[in-house]
Design a protein. Sequence first.
Length: 275
Amino acid sequence: MAQISAADVSKLRKTTGAGMMDCKKALQEAEGDFDKAIGIIRKKGQAIANKRADREASEGVVLAKTNESGTLGVMIALNCETDFVAKNADFVSFASSILDKAIETNSSSSEQLLQEKFGTKSVADTIIEQIGVVGEKIELSCFEKIEAAQVVSYIHHGNKLATLVGLSTIADIEIGKDVAMQIAAMSPVAIDKEDVPSDIIEKEKEIGRDQAIKEGKPENMIERISEGKVNKFFKENTLLNQEFTKDNKLTVRQYLQNANKELTVTSFKRFTLVG
């Protein structure tokens, strides 16, 4: 049997993230061949992945970050099965490294990101290795990207909720943070009225009509009440028309325009693992 040194075990652990004993066993099985040992650990991860494919991976972390110039923002969610793993520093660090890779490569989709090179392997293969390390199903459940004149990210405490917001022009970073936090807190469905899908508007009108009829309102008032219902929906659920959480005397639009008349939101993304 090949002699396995502590340095070899440490090197394999650093490369794969697997436990010390798993690395030692893999090196022993591979008779000291480092590449074969990596393959053994990967196969173990694939076997666990196959076995746990039908498990629910509802825990995990949601992370968001921008590039150095602040013109690109990416958000990902990396899921696992238990909160214990989700809170593990190594798991969070692993998710962060995938996010960094997404920004570095400017990946356009989760499918492309999974195929990107992560050292000598793809991101997908590295995730499989991590499944072998933690013994749980791990999957990339969310990938979002925004490009704008300025992009700001926000991660809520606990890594279960994150947002990205794209601004039309460069502004004070605190303004972007305020809007990103507004999105996290108030979960808008669209930027402005015209961005709300027509089926959602029609549904709100229908709810308004039904309520008016049940309350016995006169026929000639029903449509007006229905329109009022829609306007209330716009105020509560479209970002620029929402009351600004830090000063409810202002809408988000007014808050932005107080800083710069040309400043507005071009896009936003929000994702949460919390129901």
